[in-house]
Each structure stands twice: as C-alpha cells, then as structure tokens.
Design a binder for this molecule. Structure first.
Ligand SMILES: Nc1ncnc2c1ncn2[C@@H]1O[C@H](COP(=O)(O)OP(=O)(O)O)[C@@H](O)[C@H]1O
Ligand SMILES: [Mg+2]
Length: 375
C-alpha cells in the first residue's frame, strides 16, 4: 500500500523541484531556433554557431559564426524577439564573419546631468548621450552635419542647447553660431548675450536674411578654396567653424507656411539650407537641423541626403522613424525625455545629458566670464 502512495509523491516532488533557469546563452539559442534563423542543407538546419562569450562589467558579448547564406536582414528580424525574450537591451554587429550580440544587464539612466567633465577643449566633439558602454560623442569634423527629430517635448531643443554649450566652451575663439529658432526665438534669443552667437533669427523672414548672408559668404569661400586648391577645411590652417542651428525646421517648409509672401521666403530658406548641407561641410559650415515633423516636406531631400548622422527621439510612427533613421525603431523607444537613437554607421540607443538655461549661463559665466543675468 505504502508503495502505491509513494509513486504519486515522487512525481509531485519532481514537479516541485524548481527548473534550472535558462541562461541568456541558452535563451538566445532557443530564440534562433524558434525564429527559424537557419539555413537548411542536406535536410539539416544550420543555426548561428556559438563561438564564445565575453563577460564585462555591465554587459555580456556573445559571438557566433553565421552559416553562409544567412543575411544580416534575417538577423535583424530576430532582434525584437531577442529583446523580449531576454527582457534586456540588445545591440548587435556583424564584423569579420562574426555576429556579435551584446546583452546589457542594466537599464539606461532615465536622466543624467551635463557637466564640464564632458568637455574636450579644442575638439569639435560633442557628447550625444550615455549608453551601456559609456559616453558617445559626435565628431563634427568627421560628420559635419546632424539631423535631429522626434515628437515634441522629448528633448530636441535641450539637445541643441547642449551642443551649442559644448561647442562654445570647447572652442570659444573659433566657433561662430547662427540660430534659426522658429519657435519665435523663445528658446535661443537669450543666447545673443554670448559673443559666439552671431545671429538668432525668429521667423521665416529673419531666417532668409541670415541664410542669405551665410550663402553669400559660402560662395566667396568656395571661390577662395578653389583658387588655393583646398578641398576640405580640415586640411587647411583655418580653425574657424560656423554652425547653423535650425530648431523646428518644418516651419521653413513652403507647404506648411500659409502666407503667400512667407511661402516665397520659406522656399528660399530651404534652398539655402540645401546648399549649406551640400557644399558647406568642406568649407567649414556645420548644419544641425531639428524638426518635430520628419516628413519629406519638412526635411528637404538635399538636406537629408547630405546629412549622414542622425539623432531621433521617440517618433509618432514607423514612417517618421524611416525618414529620420532610414529604418524603423524610433517609434518604439520608451517614452522617456532624452531617450534617443543615434545613427552613425549603426543605430545606438542613448540617454542624452540634461542641461537647462541656468546651467548653461552658470558654466559660461564661470569658464568664459560672460556677463549674463539670467534668472
Ligand atoms: N536629455 C534630457 N534628459 C531629461 N529630460 C529631458 C531631456 N531633454 C528634455 N527633457 C525634458 O523634456 C522637456 C522638453 O524638452 P525639449 O527639448 O523642449 O523638447 P522638444 O524640443 O523636443 O519639444 C524638457 O523641458 C525637459 O523637462
Ligand atoms: Mg523644441
């Protein structure tokens, strides 16, 4: 009798023994199998072959050999499943025939503050944000322009101010800044107090005026460069760089502007910005173009085509994400202000450092002795 009772007990006991948790490595393998990331040869499925794993402080790298025939596109389709399955942030890269998957242990911070330790005096490198591996910088000497977008209230203007602050503090003698602040100058007018900020245009008419001045100068420099045989300012002794910030660029779109005369000015502005994006880079002009409406109308074709580097905060749709990043992704960012995807060569999720007017004026006052009375 006792034996009869024991048998079900053993079974129940076995069920109660906690199953050993799958490791991330096992989960990745299972996800590859469930998502059919394989090629079939001689009736056998060949999956990415695990090579090794490298544990680091904040993340683990898993390296795989990809069987010939699996494309990077196929792997990209598996990324959402990997992120959900592991419940962790994942980044990947293909290099030298290897697939590298980085699995991050911790979440990105929801907010972190800008401070002077981020400065790299004398360079044109600007902090973009923090990811799991450290702080990413954008080098305006390598990628001269930057396109920035995303829905309103998620950090475009804060980012532009952070860039402006960095540029001025890193190169107070050599930077010249022009701002087209199409939110009626509300955000940037106060920065006219800095000698490096040459102009702040507040509407389409003032923008046209500033752009007219810049493009005239551009033509002269182009001629001079041609005479001298210069092809890129980086290879010349010239140290000065001119940055044109455009905040709420869609306001310069002829399709959005209602007034007939304003439309003409908007067309002019878009033409001038296209010219700066196209030929300005080699001549020392840098364009940072931000818009909350990343549509074809708001981002002129020439501007987009000539801006390789992109930064996208959360977007309203996959279509918007595609305009900014040439890919989906920004529509599914968490709704955290400052969270964005930086695209240069590959997409990386970052948390942009937070800065505000008070911090900027304080730093300017302390480091450059700018006399400012911002409250
Ligand atoms: N990098 C950031 N980190 C934390 N909070 C941010 C960050 N950027 C923006 N925010 C918050 O979001 C608000 C809106 O940012 P803002 O740059 O004005 O958005 P946008 O220009 O895209 O409309 C800010 O006032 C701030 O409270
Ligand atoms: Mg804004």
């Amino acid at each position: 009798m006792i034996e009869w009772l024991l048998f079900p007990l053993v079974i129940t006991g076995a069920a109660l023994i906690p199953k050993k948790q799958m490791t991330d490595k096992q989960k990745i393998q299972t996800i590859f199998e469930n998502c059919n990331l394989a090629i079939k040869r001689n009736d056998k499925f060949h999956y990415p072959k695990f090579q090794r794993e490298i544990k680091r402080d904040t993340y683990t790298t898993y390296l795989y050999y990809l069987p010939l025939g699996i494309s990077s596109d196929q792997f990209e389709d598996v990324i959402p499943a990997l992120k959900d399955g592991l419940n962790k942030e994942v980044e990947y890269e293909f290099k030298d025939g290897l697939l590298r998957v980085d699995v991050f242990e911790s979440e990105l911070p929801e907010k972190w503050s800008y401070d002077v330790t981020l400065l790299q005096p004398g360079t044109w490198e600007v902090p973009i944000g923090r990811n799991h591996k450290g702080i990413l910088y954008h080098d305006f000497e390598k990628y001269c322009h930057l396109l920035c977008g995303g829905v309103t209230r998620f950090g475009k203007t804060v980012f532009l101010k952070e860039v402006m602050n960095t540029l001025i503090l890193n190169n107070p003698q050599n930077v010249e800044i022009y701002v087209l602040d199409l939110k009626a100058g509300l955000e940037f007018s106060k920065y006219k107090a800095f000698p490096q900020v040459k102009e702040v245009a507040c509407d389409v008419y003032e923008s046209a005026q500033v752009l007219h001045q810049i493009t005239n100068e551009l033509k002269k420099i182009e001629l001079y460069f041609r005479e001298k045989g210069y092809t890129n300012i980086i290879d010349t002794p010239f140290k000065k760089r001119k940055f044109i910030f455009v905040d709420e660029g869609a306001e310069l779109s002829p399709n959005i502007v209602k007034d007939k005369t304003a439309k003409k000015y908007a067309e002019y502005c878009q033409g001038a910005l296209s010219e700066i994006a196209r030929i300005g880079g080699g001549l020392g002009y840098r364009l940072i173009y931000a818009t909350q409406y990343p549509t074809k109308e708001a981002v002129p074709m020439q501007v987009k085509m000539n801006i390789v580097a992109r930064l996208s905060f959360i977007c309203a749709s996959q279509v918007a994400s595609r305009v900014l990043l040439d890919d989906v992704g920004a529509e599914s960012l968490p709704s955290i202000p400052g969270r964005s995807i930086y695209l240069v060569e590959k997409m990386r999720t970052v948390q942009v450092p937070y800065i505000d007017d008070k911090m900027i004026f304080k730093m300017m006052g302390e480091m450059l002795h700018v006399d400012t009375n911002i409250k």
